[in-house]
Design a protein around this ligand. Structure first.
Ligand SMILES: Cc1ncc(COP(=O)(O)O)c(C=O)c1O
Length: 497
């Protein structure tokens, strides 16, 4: 649909600011019926040019009219009149979402998921690697050796940037993935979660907008809520974040950062192909918006050809790479890192220092010790071999036990299966309590969405269980679904919570 031309008369010498005059004029045209619901308005850039005013005036006017319900914005499509003269709303499809603290996904679903932690329940809901894989003996040896070797030095404050030998080891580790950097661009953090949080604090103020994939990592939704930044979720397909929608959004808006997980995205498990990685980088460069790359599952590949992280393709220093040794080695030791170019690095170090002075020097030394002795590579090799085995067990059990019409993506790495229940039966929230009664739980898809999407989706962590447990868990899940589906037609469809 072509944009509808707007006629606006402005009093350039008047006291009323231009953007307020624009608001009044558009409101008047909607209320008088001149502009009807569904009409597409000119892009902010075009209207600014036409009226010879600054683009920011148009952006502000559109934003205020959106917040008052007069307009709506749809990524990839433009800005539309959202109501008629009589106040009735149009029926434009809602394809993008903005989450603020008040509209974030319902906490009651998370509360519901806590019920899945009961004894006897086979839980597919967490994102953790199996505990029996943790290299406990290596950690014990590392700690004993370090305390003998470094004594109290290992227990003093560390510098905020991190223990220098570990920063060097991270440089070596990421360079094997294709990321060229110096240890002076490596900042050690308290896990990847803190890495993400520090970047958000360094780049966004309250009310600023962060672009994410939708669905996205639940921990990032939490960060956005607590830091009071707006999340703008753009749908993600097997090829990653929708780049056409991203570009449309960038044209008219001023987000401060783009957050993506290019390899084994959480929760979908998708991998962004090479050409899309380059396109994303080009877009970020063109619009000068930095990218926060979360690489926490990058090395969890058991099938297919590895792809370089975005940071390895980043010629302009616009990517901030965050990852950690938590999922690969020991979640509880809480060692993560950021790789960022000089122009961002100092800012991040200051935020890190303000957050917690430094990450535990003892734990940094322990991880360094293990990296030096090749524990990580041995661990990755063993884990990925076992995850492949478990993935195959999950696919087999899914075929055998899950409801007909259920769909899933076949992951080439990572720990989880992203699945969709058939629409003919209960959705993932409705099924949950029956599933627990049958002794199985999963992550309800809803919690990963920046809007209320994903009702029929679930994420199943097969990586955390032996093939026997996977088979039994999927059998229980199938039984729970069948029990509910039998009389689903007659079921009370009122919300469970
Ligand atoms: C995509 C993603 N990023 C970051 C994290 C946080 O990881 P860490 O334990 O290193 O803080 C997780 C944990 O589940 C995750 O799934």
């Amino acid at each position: 649909m072509n944009p509808h031309p707007l006629t606006v008369t402005l009093d350039r010498d008047g006291e009323e600011p231009i953007y307020r005059q624009l608001i009044q004029s558009i409101k008047l045209q909607i209320e008088s019926g001149e502009l009807n619901a569904g009409i597409r308005l000119p892009a902010s850039r075009d209207l600014a040019r036409q009226l010879n005013i600054s683009r920011i005036s148009v952006v502000n006017a559109y934003a205020e009219l959106r917040s008052e319900g007069y307009l709506s914005a749809h990524a990839g499509r433009g800005t539309f009149v959202a109501r008629d003269a009589n106040g009735a709303s149009g029926d434009q499809p809602v394809s993008v979402t903005t989450v603020t603290e008040n509209t974030a996904p319902d906490d009651s679903i998370r509360d519901l998921m806590r019920m899945g932690r009961k004894a006897g329940v086979i839980s597919f809901s967490s994102g953790s690697p199996p505990m029996e894989f943790f290299p406990v003996n290596h950690l014990r040896e590392a700690l004993n050796t370090i305390l003998d070797r470094d004594g109290v030095l290992a227990l003093n404050y560390e510098v905020p940037e991190g223990y220098a030998p570990l920063r060097g080891a991270v440089r070596d580790y990421v360079s094997a993935l294709g990321i060229q950097c110096s240890p002076n661009h490596v900042l050690i953090t308290g896990g990847t979660q803190q890495a993400l949080d520090l970047v958000i604090q360094a780049f966004l103020n309250e009310g600023d907008t962060l672009i994410t994939e939708n669905p996205t990592y639940i921990g990032m939704i939490d960060i956005a809520r607590t830091r009071r930044v707006n999340l703008h979720g753009l749908c993600t397909t097997e090829e990653g974040i929708a780049l056409d929608r991203l570009e449309n959004y960038l044209i008219d808006n001023d987000p401060k950062l783009i957050y993506v997980m290019p390899t084994f995205q959480n929760p979908t498990g998708h991998v962004m192909p090479m050409h899309r990685r380059r396109q994303l980088l080009n877009l970020a460069n063109d619009y000068n918006v930095p990218i926060l790359e979360d690489g926490v599952y990058h090395e969890f590949r058991f099938e297919g050809e590895p792809l370089p992280p975005l940071k390895a393709l980043d010629d302009h220093g616009i990517v901030i790479h965050a990852s950690g040794f938590t999922k690969m080695l020991l979640p509880g030791v809480r060692i993560g890192y950021i790789v960022a170019d000089g122009r961002y690095y100092q800012r991040l170090v200051r935020v890190k220092q303000a957050a917690d002075i430094s990450t535990s020097g003892l734990n940094q030394r322990a991880i360094h010790y293990m990296l030096e002795r090749g524990v990580l590579s041995g661990q990755l090799e063993r884990n990925n071999r076992e995850f492949l085995h478990r993935r195959n067990a999950a696919l087999e059990a899914a075929q055998k036990y899950l409801p007909p019409g259920m769909r899933w993506c076949v992951p080439q790495g990572g720990l989880t299966l992203w699945a969709e229940l058939p629409r003919s039966g209960p959705n993932a929230t409705e099924l949950y309590i029956t599933a627990i009664q049958h002794g199985v739980s999963y992550a309800i898809g809803n919690v990963f969405y920046t809007n209320s999407g994903g009702n029929y989706r679930m994420r199943l962590n097969y990586g955390a269980h032996t093939p026997e447990k996977i088979e039994e868990g999927f059998r229980r899940l199938g039984r729970a679904w069948r029990e509910m589906a039998v009389d689903y037609e007659e079921m009370d469809k009122s919300p469970l919570l």
